[in-house]
Design a protein around this ligand. Structure first.
Ligand code: AMP
Ligand code: GLY
Length: 426
């Protein structure tokens, strides 16, 4: 079978790598791909991003399965385009992807279906927003509505910070966020204390199969300081998700979401990612939904997945997920992201990458912002590489990843040496 992966980041490199390992797969196309997928002989990059052109390609080349990685093509309706042409594709429709593409949609949905999340209110008038934070006090969370790649969120520990964030998002609108309803809007949320985890399931619209748990590290700096990023590293499994927490997440969050989306006429098919905050008593609440695999969570999850990904996704697109049981490597997988100089504010492009180790069964370098130009591997985006390794403990997986990373060089590279620290202290 030929398969097509849409996207060009680290998550898509990991998806393509895993799909290529399936005995059922003859060829994997990645559109547009990156420098890592270009270097891999099992994969072939395609310079196509337009949904209709991708569907033309899939039809012409008799692609048996298409998998969508990032949120942008989902929000643009690529799944709807493929389905209208009877082409098999794994991902949510445009309507279902609103769980991620609009924070206001997701919040209203959760409230309507009794899914635990932070209290919130939406504002477009700066004066009303300022008055609201004065009333609720700090800490409080200010979010720009619309896709902002995780960067449109300020967790304000003081009222001064909260007022500044409102001005920044509503008055200056420096983020250039795509606002869904014309003007700039902010969501002001109750601060939720606790520890975060990523809980991702595969859904066929009715039934789900949970993937292993994982934890991301969103801040740029060691010790979780500095600005939010798309994610500086991840590991799996996440011990904060105990069997008891797992059961609560399935019962109180995942199943009500799947049942609710279906009842609302937009059944959710695809990877459903619940970003959770788990409080000291083990009660999970939703921080956000994503309509896709996480990045860098995908890299660590796919490294641990022993089952055939093609089988899983064929069952998901056939509506037969009840026939699936997944096998996981019992070891820990841990990925360390190497980011470009200047990331996240202003990533620098063009630095040349050298010293990549050969991939092994236990350590793989997944590429994100790279391209192969004139035979040289160059930096083209904020998150450049995710060096992912297995180990018998979080500490050993961390050491293994850092060791695999130690020979890699590009000017200004930024990475964290403390990925997994919450599980190491435990
Ligand atoms: P989001 O883009 O909504 O995932 O938010 C980015 C990050 O901000 C999350 O990963 C959390 O670390 C933090 N955050 C968002 N909302 C809240 C909240 N209500 N309470 C505490 N932390 C939050
Ligand atoms: N790593 C967080 C995300 O993919 O949204």
């Amino acid at each position: 079978m030929k398969v097509l992966v849409i996207g060009g980041g680290g998550r898509e490199h990991a998806l393509a790598w895993k799909l290529a390992g399936s005995p059922r797969v003859q060829r994997v196309y990645v559109a547009p791909g990156n420098g890592g997928t270009a270097r891999n002989g099992d994969l072939q990059n395609l310079p196509i991003t337009d949904p209709a052109a991708l569907a033309d390609f899939a039809e012409h080349e008799k692609v048996g399965l298409t998998v969508v990685g990032p949120e942008a093509p989902l929000a643009a309706g690529v799944v709807d385009v493929f389905r209208a042409r009877k082409l098999r594709i794994f991902g949510p429709t445009k309507a279902a992807a609103q769980l991620e593409s609009s924070k206001a949609f997701a919040k209203d949905f959760m409230q309507r279906h009794g899914i635990p999340t932070a209290l919130y209110a939406t504002f477009h008038e700066p004066a009303a927003a300022h008055a609201h934070v004065d009333k609720v006090g700090a800490p409080v969370v200010i979010k720009a509505d619309g896709l902002a790649a995780g960067k449109g969120v300020v967790v304000a520990m003081s009222l001064v910070e909260a007022h500044e964030a409102i001005d920044f998002m509503l008055v200056d609108n420096t983020l250039g966020v795509q606002h869904n309803l014309g003007g700039a809007r902010v969501v002001i949320e109750e601060f939720m204390p606790g520890e975060e985890a990523s809980f991702i399931v595969v859904s066929d619209g009715r039934q789900v199969v949970a993937l292993a748990t994982s934890q991301d590290h969103k801040r740029i700096g060691e010790g979780d300081v500095g600005p939010n990023t798309g994610g500086m590293g991840a590991y799996s499994p996440a011990p904060v998700v105990t069997p008891n927490v797992h059961a609560k997440v399935m019962q109180d969050i995942v199943m009500p979401t799947i049942v609710g989306m279906s009842a609302d006429g937009a059944p959710f098919t695809g990877f459903l990612y619940a970003g959770l905050m788990i409080d000291g008593a083990g009660n999970p609440r939703v921080v956000e939904f994503n309509a896709r695999l996480g990045d860098p969570e995908a890299q660590v999850l796919l490294m641990r997945l022993k089952s055939d990904l093609v089988d899983l996704l064929m069952h998901a697109t056939d509506g037969t997920l009840d026939q699936v049981e997944l096998q996981w490597d019992r070891r820990v997988a841990l990925g360390v992201v190497m980011a470009a100089a200047g990331y996240p504010a202003a990533p620098r492009k063009g630095d040349v990458i050298t010293g990549l180790p050969a991939d092994t069964d236990e350590a793989v370098v997944f590429h994100a912002g790279t391209a192969l130009l004139d035979g040289k591997l160059q930096v083209t985006g904020g998150r450049v590489l995710c060096v992912t390794a297995l180990g018998d403990s979080v500490k050993l997986a961390q050491q293994h990843a850092l060791q695999a990373l130690s020979g890699i060089h590009f000017d200004g590279a930024q990475y964290r040496r403390d990925i997994g620290h919450r599980a190491i202290k435990r």
